[in-house]
Design a protein around this ligand. Structure first.
Ligand SMILES: C[S@@+](CC[C@H](N)C(=O)[O-])C[C@H]1O[C@@H](n2cnc3c(N)ncnc32)[C@H](O)[C@@H]1O
Length: 281
């Protein structure tokens, strides 16, 4: 029997993702199909291509097209103090936990252009934790990591970010953390003194240090449930006993095979704590 248009498209998508993996080593095969399909359609429109197979051909023979496609799949939407209401439970659950350590590691996974990392640095600073914390910030998008490293952001966002900061429980003004703002915002250098910024692919790379806190927000939503499970296992291994995992608004470990290994500290703010017992497998 003849395949439907949708079935043929699915076969073409599988071939495209396999070619990307075989040739460039980036593994998008377990990303949520709906996201992949939307981004493929976007790239086809941009490159005036009518069939997925033609895009595959371009990607195989032209690394520039691959690069564009990779950036299409790296959805970098972010902001300072995103979901500001989350910071109130962060203060309740994370601050006392980190204060039990003389030094802590925090891992921002899929940090995009780094607004989340600077927000956490400000939060840590206001809770006297900044100097005793290393913040690892990773993403597979080098262009985004460069923006984080430079710490320069468009001025146009400032008013919204200032409101987010105040809604998060910030006690000063966001402008206290900025130097020389005209058309752009430059984050103060002391915030980033303990940043370790590195390219890391969550699908193919391994853990690199033990973490007291892992923040992975608005990344897992783009993954299939199998890939989400694999990544949560990676987080479980990276966390110290009692370590804390913060996910995004639409993400959870509940209803995954790993839910018994974590305690839910705040369901709404998506804060989970690895069980203290070493016996948890
Ligand atoms: C929507 S942004 C989230 C940014 C930030 N965490 C936040 O919540 O505002 C998703 C980020 O995940 C990154 N990402 C997607 N797949 C990844 C992977 N396999 N490894 C590392 N980063 C990935 C993207 O490059 C993008 O920067």
């Amino acid at each position: 029997m003849l395949k439907t248009k949708e079935e043929i498209e699915n076969i073409e998508i599988t071939q495209l993702l396999e070619a990307v993996y075989q040739i460039y080593g980036y593994d998008f095969r377990q990303y949520a199909r709906s996201t992949v399909k939307r981004r493929i359609k976007h790239r086809m429109e941009m490159n005036c291509i009518s069939h997925i197979t033609s895009l595959t051909e371009q990607i195989i023979h032209n690394p520039v097209t691959f690069n564009d496609f990779m950036f299409d799949l790296s959805i970098t939407v972010t902001e300072m103090f995103r979901d500001p209401e989350f910071y109130i439970p962060y203060k309740k659950h994370i601050v006392p936990f980190l204060k039990t350590y003389s030094f802590s590691n925090v891992w921002h996974v899929g940090c995009a252009t780094g607004e989340e990392v600077y927000s956490m640095a400000i939060f840590l600073s206001e809770n006297q934790l900044l100097k005793k914390t290393t913040q690892y910030a990773t993403d597979f998008n080098d262009h985004s990591l460069k923006i984080l490293k430079d710490g320069i952001y468009p001025m146009g966002e400032f008013k919204k970010w200032q409101n987010n900061y105040l809604d998060s429980g910030g006690v000063l003004s966001l402008s206290e953390y900025i130097e020389g703002a005209h058309s752009a915002i430059q984050m103060k250098k002391e915030l980033s003194e303990n940043f370790v910024i590195a390219n890391h692919n969550l699908v193919t790379d391994k853990n690199f240090a033990k973490m007291q806190l892992i923040i992975c927000k608005n990344v897992l939503i783009y993954f299939s449930s199998e890939l989400q499970n694999k990544v949560i296992e990676l987080f479980f291994d990276a966390l110290v006993p009692g370590g804390v995992l913060c996910l995004g608004k639409s993400e959870s470990i509940n209803f995954t095979p790993h839910q018994d290994k974590f305690k839910t500290l705040d369901r709404d703010a998506r804060i989970f704590q690895k069980e203290w017992s070493d016996n948890v497998i």
